[in-house]
Ligand binder design. Sequence first.
Ligand SMILES: CC(C)(COP(=O)(O)OP(=O)(O)OC[C@H]1O[C@@H](n2cnc3c(N)ncnc32)[C@H](O)[C@@H]1OP(=O)(O)O)[C@@H](O)C(=O)NCCC(=O)NCCS
Length: 177
Amino acid sequence: MATTRRFQPNDLLRFNAVNVDNLTETYNLGFYYTYLAQHPDIQVVVTSPADQVVAYMLAKVEGPVPNHHGHLSVVTVAPPHRRLGLAARLLASLESTCESPAVKATFVDLFVRSGNTVAIDMYRRFGYKVYRKIRGYYTGGDGGGDAFDMRKGLSWGKPVVEMEGGDVHAREVYLSL
Ligand SMILES: CC(C)(COP(=O)(O)OP(=O)(O)OC[C@H]1O[C@@H](n2cnc3c(N)ncnc32)[C@H](O)[C@@H]1OP(=O)(O)O)[C@@H](O)C(=O)NCCC(=O)NCCS
């Protein structure tokens, strides 16, 4: 039975097995500590009965009204633990937080490599749409560096329209952050 709980700083010392994957971005320690310090209640790990970290999610809530939204930064599951519904569980946890009256987020968004068809199909199954394509967002890897900005409208906002945000270059996105 897997256990879902808050991501603790010590988990950073034992999450390598989850990160050994060419579709999982690994960042510097400051990146993770910023999430743990600024949004401690949203970061989640899943552990196995042997207390190994087998999946995790990093996310944040950002932006002013009416663009107050949840952003899924990382969701990843160790290969032996895939297709067990862990990513579904983590996404549901973020969406539930974002839907709460205390947060009132209008949508949840995420960036995914355009070649990561498994993840894209999974997000579509969970109600996410491609809001825009971002050329040159990633360096190297599958999908030639392009990203899809996928979004799911929540009850506090309006439905997301497929490709409403168009086809943009990464530098336009960075300028608007
Ligand atoms: C994408 C990823 C997070 C999915 O995690 P997971 O725990 O296996 O996903 P779930 O078990 O919750 O699957 C939910 C649904 O997504 C779809 N899905 C997930 N993996 C799939 C696969 N390999 N092939 C086909 N459909 C898949 C299915 O519809 C599945 O539901 P089902 O099992 O009832 O058919 C995992 O494959 C992973 O860590 N990949 C590497 C990192 C990554 O790409 N992260 C996303 C970056 S944006």
